[in-house]
Design a protein around this ligand. Structure first.
Ligand code: NDP
Length: 278
């Protein structure tokens, strides 16, 4: 694997621009998948209490034998624990399940604007940041309106906003807002869970530059400056997705992919998503 560049967050810490996603990896497959990613050279793992695989992620990080400081670990606050005390307990639980002393980044997974007050939850996350048990704090699935409230009503600018971004959902407005306020974008579902890989614009570019459609799509993200963490349980794909830093897309190819935007989500709408674990 060629060297993965780092991105510097607004509190000065570095995060590898390419990571490994673990959504929809069953617990029994997680240890192997994460171990494979670390073996191949990934040094950034994205998990969440909601994924039900934090224990296995932590196990795989330990299995790798890498010093803790060499692997960037992100987890997220599950829905249903947005009240301050519940949030602090959920954070303790994440650290216990991962069985590590600190995470590198901790995020509010969903804003849940219809069921709770994400500003109050953000204040609890600020406390976690001050505890030193997470090196950075951020949010996920926050729209511009949600971020405007957080910026107006609290003291900490989120280090990242993890949102769905892919060629069918370019997210220009919220990306521009975040860029203007020093909030780094993490682009989740970067290949739209596979949906964009048959797009004729992407397959034509892939053929011409002699790369796979997944590599072309992930490279598009990287050149836009976003952080990505594609998920795969397939060793060959985990390897393929890591080879992004030894080729470049032309401005015309970048523009052609950006023009595919049709505002189409793969996941849920953050303004209405209100699922709480039972
Ligand atoms: P991705 O866009 O990463 O797509 C994953 C799917 O694409 C899997 O079915 C995988 O199959 C397939 N795939 C992966 N690589 C290739 C390839 N090279 N060629 C063909 N198919 C491929 O989707 P995710 O939704 O998993 O997003 C990535 C990560 O983002 C998540 O794992 C999670 O960490 C994060 N995320 C965060 C959310 C949030 O609310 N904050 C929501 C959703 C995701 P297979 O595994 O069978 O190989």
């Amino acid at each position: 694997m060629t060297q993965i560049p780092d991105v510097t967050l607004n509190n000065g810490i570095s995060i590898p621009q390419l990571g490994f996603g673990t959504f929809q990896i069953e617990p029994e497959n997680t240890r192997e998948a994460v171990r494979t990613a670390l073996e191949i050279g990934y040094r950034h793992i994205d998990t969440a209490e909601m994924y039900g695989n934090e224990k296995e992620v932590g196990q795989a990080v330990r299995d790798s034998g890498l010093p803790r400081g060499e692997v960037f670990v992100t987890s997220k606050l599950n829905n249903g624990f947005h009240a301050r005390d519940d949030a602090l307990t959920a954070f303790d639980r994440t650290l216990a399940d991962l069985d590590i002393d600190y995470v590198d980044l901790f995020l509010i997974h969903w804003p849940l604007p219809t069921v709770s007050d994400y500003v109050e939850t953000w204040k609890a996350v600020e406390e976690m940041g001050r505890s030193g048990r997470t090196r950075a704090v951020g949010v996920s699935n926050f729209t511009r309106a949600h971020l405007e409230r957080v910026l107006a009503e609290t003291d900490t600018v989120p280090a990242v906003n993890q949102i769905e971004v892919n060629p069918y959902l370019a997210q220009d407005e919220v990306r521009a807002f975040c860029n203007a306020h020093g909030i780094t974008i993490e682009a989740y579902s970067p290949i739209a869970q596979g949906k964009v890989l048959d797009d004729p614009v992407i397959t034509a570019i892939a053929e011409r530059v002699e790369r796979s459609p997944a590599q072309v799509t992930l490279r598009w993200h990287v050149q836009r400056g976003d952080i990505v963490f594609p998920k795969s349980v397939t060793r060959a794909r985990i390897e393929e997705n890591s080879r992004l830093f030894d080729f470049e897309l032309s401005p015309d190819d970048m523009a052609a992919i950006t023009a595919l935007d049709r505002g189409e989500r793969t996941g849920f709408d953050p303004d209405t998503f209100s699922w709480i674990p039972g």
